[in-house]
Design a protein around this ligand. Sequence first.
Ligand code: ATR
Length: 288
Amino acid sequence: MNNSKTKIFGVIGHPIEHSLSPVMHSAVFKEKKINADYFAFDVDEKNLCNAIHGADALKFCGLNVTIPHKISVLKYINKISEEAKLINAVNTIKFDYVENLIIGYNTDGTGAIKAIEKNLNRGLKGKKIFIFGAGGAARAIIFSALQNNAEISIYNRTTEKAILIGNEIKKRLNKDVKIVENFNLKDELNDSDIIINATSVGMFPNVDKSVISKEYIPEGKVVMDIVYNPIETKFLKLAKQKNCKVIDGVDMLVYQGAESLKIWLNLQVDENLIGIMRKAVVEKLIRN
Ligand code: ATR
């Protein structure tokens, strides 16, 4: 039951009606008997500043930030984590009322890395990761993977965007990434350990699309998709047929949520709790 001590959390975005975060976090609060609640807020760009400062004034504990505000919200943050600075986007805000700070974090990349590590049963050091995409989601995964000393190859429909990320990485981290083009696509895929679709290809309603055709998917790799609707994308279906170990977008979503909970509440999220979060998300996806 809510009372004056209830900790308030939420997600801001636009549109927000299909957000899975409220059911995911509410399941944790219920399981752990934490006096907290989590709401979805539809916030227009013009109201973003008021929304952040309003949440601060109302003593919210934390917010998630989603499309289209992950970059524009940077203007209203007064402290930023190293990772969010590198990714240049914030998906988690913590309101610190002791230091009077609005602190921005990014848990998207870490969430993806944790999901992979759980499935690999080991760290990413020295692993070769092949990423399709050069948008916001790809950026988050690329920078977090580099922080974990993985090797990165990037393929994007628009090669120039991949090159821009590569140049930025060289400048800011002094690391090299491979930019993949059509002529070396197959070789680079064969040479990688983990293949990730970080594009929106295959997302509902375009469920018959895969970022690559079956003959390009090598046998026995670890394959991940950031798309969670449908839970099993065409790309993952094809990867299974090639005996790959697949990680779906729900896992990435759940692990980024778990990272947010660590930041807000110092909560250690074990695999049992991860399972509860996943179940809540899957049930909501099936109901929708
Ligand atoms: P997000 O923040 O979710 O990553 P985004 O920044 O709009 O979204 O990026 C979308 C990514 O999906 C981009 O890499 C985009 O490729 P382009 O840079 O060429 O636009 C990729 N993408 C979207 N639709 C695609 C399609 N039909 N085929 C291939 N790539 C696609």
